[in-house]
Design a protein. Sequence first.
Length: 125
Amino acid sequence: MPEIVYKDESYQIIGACMEVYNGLGCGFLEAVYQEALAIELESRDIPFVREKYLPIKYKGRFLETQYRADFVVFEKIILETKATDALIPKDSSQTINYLNATHMKLGLLVNFGSSEGLQSKRHVL
């Protein structure tokens, strides 16, 4: 069985997301969940940078346009947040493209907007 990439770190991140979802429920804008998640990550001593700009290379050259990650956690995991009824394939594609562009190994896609509970997906490069 293959080893899970950043297992302990992703477990901590999802735990923080669950706490935010359990505290706020669904129905808020994405910015509300991001602010609450920043508070939760900080309270758990999980290192993160919010809205971090990441350079994108194309054919060996950096583009002027940069990607802004919702969160970069543990300096190696992209955390994308959504607040929609359900995750759609476009959301996963976005996360995968960010992984390809930045060469990070793990992207977590988390949706706080579903009334059926927190949704999350792992994407590994």
